[in-house]
Design a binder for this molecule. Structure first.
Ligand SMILES: *Cc1c(COP(=O)(O)O)cnc(C)c1O
Length: 358
């Protein structure tokens, strides 16, 4: 594929924010972006890396009206050896293909996009923070661009990738959060688009999230949409429970986003000899386990936080403490180990890492 590269002029380079607790998430963007267009006449064409800047879209562009859009989230890590690494990024692109197919969007060549993504990261490599825990967050986004208000799949599309430095998710330490079970709204339904990473899922989750925040909880624990009975996901993360000696996570029923951190956690836990079952778990059984003292840990998994330990959960106005309310042993171990793999500090037996700067 022919990739056109236009670099930003030296004097137009943006100042790079310091990698400290102010960095936050998703607020700063690097100097360049990748773009790639599709139309029925030319197929995929005009692959280019350009200075980061506003897009030109018709106000009638279909993505702005009917949510024909999919995205991904992944990171580039700079290890203590200076090496630049990506973690399972081909799985992100595969998932994006599946999301796109669900939204009637044309397939793309994964190798072409993978090469462009690596080029972008290398061109903006000085944006990858050196502070451990800080990373370059990479956001591929794929949108329908036809200027048309009829409801049908678009014929024209833009695929683009932006990136920007993000801070350590836990600047004040790896502390457990409180979550609230929501039995009013739902995130996704079986047969819907819950297993696709598409913007509509997030717009519809905001109200539950805002209400949970107002009550002092940091995340919503979503239940299945049919019966409001089984636990599914927490916020925008997959979720795991340790009950007695069993580790449970929701099966990929169709309403669950198949997280790469979820899959990596299952594999590592099994490597370490734990029993991990992907099975339905009723919230009532979860509460009973908590009351019997058998609920040892809960943690969310996702690229942004890696592992997010849960200290207490509330269901029908009743508060239940998880374990002793502090970060559990497994949450800590998984967090440390995944991070060590991502920074190239330990063996990578599953070949999850690709070093891209050599
Ligand atoms: C992105 C996402 C996840 C986590 O996926 P990772 O591949 O682990 O980052 C989980 N749930 C939802 C709803 C998501 O959007």
């Amino acid at each position: 594929m022919d990739l056109q590269i236009t670099k930003v002029e030296e004097h137009d380079r943006k100042p790079i924010p310091p990698s400290d607790t102010q960095l936050g998430f998703g607020r700063h963007f690097s100097d360049h972006m990748f773009q790639f267009n599709f139309d029925t006449e030319n197929g995929w064409h005009n692959a280019r890396i350009t200075p980061y800047g506003p897009l030109t879209l018709e106000p009638s562009a279909m993505c702005l009206h009917y949510a024909q859009q999919v995205f991904e989230g992944l990171k580039a890590y700079r290890g203590p050896d200076g090496g630049i690494r990506l973690f399972r990024y081909k799985d992100n692109l595969k998932r994006m293909q599946r999301s796109a197919a669900r939204l009637c969007m044309p397939a793309f060549n994964e190798d072409d996009v993978a090469d462009s993504l690596k080029q972008l990261v290398l061109i903006d490599r000085h944006w990858i923070p050196e502070t451990e825990g800080c990373t370059l967050y990479i956001r591929p986004n794929y949108i329908a661009t036809d200027p048309f208000l009829g409801v049908r799949p678009s014929q024209g599309y833009l695929f683009y990738i932006i990136a920007g430095p993000v801070g350590a998710y836990y600047p004040e330490g790896f502390n457990p959060v409180g979550i609230m079970v929501n039995d009013t709204y739902c995130r996704a339904v079986i047969g819907g688009v819950g297993e696709a990473k598409t913007g509509g899922n997030y717009g519809s989750s905001l109200l539950g999230q805002v209400e949970a925040k107002a009550k002092g909880f940091s995340q919503v624990l979503w239940l299945d949409a049919n019966e409001h009975k089984y636990v599914e996901e927490v916020g925008t993360m997959n979720i795991f429970f340790m009950i007695g000696d069993e580790i449970v996570t929701s099966p990929l029923t169709g309403s669950i986003l198949p997280g790469i951190t979820r899959d990596s956690s299952i594999q590592l836990l099994r490597d370490w000899g734990y029993t991990v079952n992907e099975r339905l778990l009723a919230v009532d059984d979860l509460v009973i386990a908590a009351e019997k003292g058998e609920l040892k840990e809960i943690f969310g998994t996702g690229t942004a936080a890696i592992i997010s330990p849960v200290g207490h959960l509330s269901y029908k106005e009743k508060r239940h403490v998880v374990g002793d309310g502090r970060t559990g042993h497994l949450s800590q171990k998984l967090f440390d180990h995944l991070m060590d793999i991502q920074y190239g500090k330990v063996e990578d037996p599953h070949n999850w890492i690709e070093r891209i700067d050599l």
